[in-house]
Ligand binder design. Structure first.
Ligand code: PLP
Length: 386
């Protein structure tokens, strides 16, 4: 009988994950088992010491006064709107190019999302379009009360340009940093812009749990107190004292323990994501439009997103070589069936509409090797040679 050689997959044919949670898991080693065991042993399964410690550590990480953890990033946003009393007759200005949650939470409190266009370079809400959206809202008989910029793909929104518009129009700002936590702008951490910041710990986010999770970050003592009450059935000063109508939106204690372990390696992962983004850009900028960072901005690279006319052609070409891609988002929100009847800053929002047809994201995480990136870069380049 002939000896059969063991079959091995050559390096160039190994499957490439879009987000590599397996390598991260290996790196975390026993830290996860220990975190889970800690919770099961002390038995404080709802809120309690793990959640409190995580909130403190997250606040320290970004230099904020308060962190209120909640069940997911969507709840983080909607609970701020509820705490601030946003409701029928109110309008909140949101970008048209974002995940559905940004507008969903506004409609969810029976207020009206008004869609603004985004900037062509950084994909964040355009200040001029935001001002136009405010006027459209007023003309429609609505009360514009807030704006919700989004840190698109991990890059901070253009807060310094949006703040004066918000101030002039009498709006407060809620930062949707579901994708942006860990980024900075002019040396200031995400979490310190606007009246509050909503964060998501969805597993694929840069700081992801092993399940759902979210948090609100704020400097505002009153908002902090209202959110703590709202997330736990409107609790008051003692057990079964209910001072407002609340919800159950608590961060699970085991997820808090997991997030504490992940937060320890987060700075290192952010640095690795930045190295990976720079490596992609160095290898691709001469053939395709690569992401652009605004001056003074550092991204946490939730996505590394290219822009090109034949986006679908490139996707198919990469797919043939086992390279996964993703499109965030194929349709702007104001064209979605659920949202198309809400007002927009103008009849068309050309940047958001064009982007939805042109964007494609490459694999991005803190464990990309240069060898894997070389394979991806070579394949992208070969598309443009063909
Ligand atoms: C921009 C944006 N806002 C809000 C959310 C909602 O976060 P979650 O999925 O934790 O509810 C997401 C999540 O994908 C998001 O990308």
């Amino acid at each position: 009988m002939l000896d059969k050689k063991p079959e091995t997959t050559p390096a160039e044919a190994q499957p490439i994950p879009f987000i590599d949670l397996v390598t991260q898991r290996k790196r975390l080693g026993r830290a996860i088992e220990e975190a889970v065991a800690r919770v099961t042993q002390h038995g404080r399964l709802i809120l309690g010491p793990e959640v409190e410690a995580f909130e403190r550590e997250l606040a320290d990480f970004c230099g904020a006064r308060h962190v209120v953890s909640v069940a997911n990033g969507t709840d983080a946003l909607i609970l701020v709107l509820r705490a601030r009393g946003v409701g029928p007759g109110d309008a909140v200005i949101v970008p048209a190019f974002t995940f559905a949650s940004t507008a969903e939470v506004v409609a969810g409190v029976n207020a009206v999302p008004v869609f603004a266009d985004i900037r062509d370079d950084t994909f964040s809400m355009d200040p001029e379009s935001m001002a136009e959206a405010v006027h459209v809202a007023r003309k429609a008989g609505l009360r514009p009360v807030a704006a919700m910029p989004v840190d698109m793909f991990g890059q901070p929104a253009d807060y310094p340009a949006l703040e004066p518009v918000a101030e002039a129009e009498g709006l407060w700002m809620l930062a949707d940093a579901a994708q942006g936590f860990g980024g900075t702008l002019h040396g200031r951490n995400i979490g310190t812009f606007g009246c509050a910041t909503g964060v998501s710990f969805y597993p694929s986010k840069p700081l992801g749990a092993y399940g759902d999770g979210g948090a609100v970050i704020t400097e505002d003592d009153e908002l902090d107190a209202a959110l703590r009450s709202l997330r736990n059935h409107g609790e008051g000063a003692f057990a079964y004292d209910h001072v407002r109508i609340g919800v159950n939106s608590r961060l699970d204690a085991i997820q808090a323990a997991v997030l504490r372990a992940k937060l320890k390696i987060f700075p290192d992962e952010i640095a690795a994501r930045n190295r990976a983004a720079a490596y992609y850009s160095a290898g691709l900028a001469d053939v395709v439009q690569v992401p652009r960072l605004a001056p003074g901005a550092s991204s946490v690279w939730a996505q590394y997103t290219l822009r090109l006319a034949d986006r679908d052609g490139l996707r198919a070409h990469l797919q043939e070589a086992g390279i996964p891609t993703a499109v965030h988002y194929p349709r702007p929100l104001h064209h979605q069936p659920a949202y198309r009847d809400f007002p927009t800053a103008r009849d068309s929002l050309p940047v958001a509409e064009r982007l939805a047809a042109e964007v494609v994201s490459l694999p991005m995480h803190g464990y990309l090797t240069e060898a894997v990136q070389d394979r991806i870069i070579a394949r992208v380049r070969s598309f443009f040679r063909a």
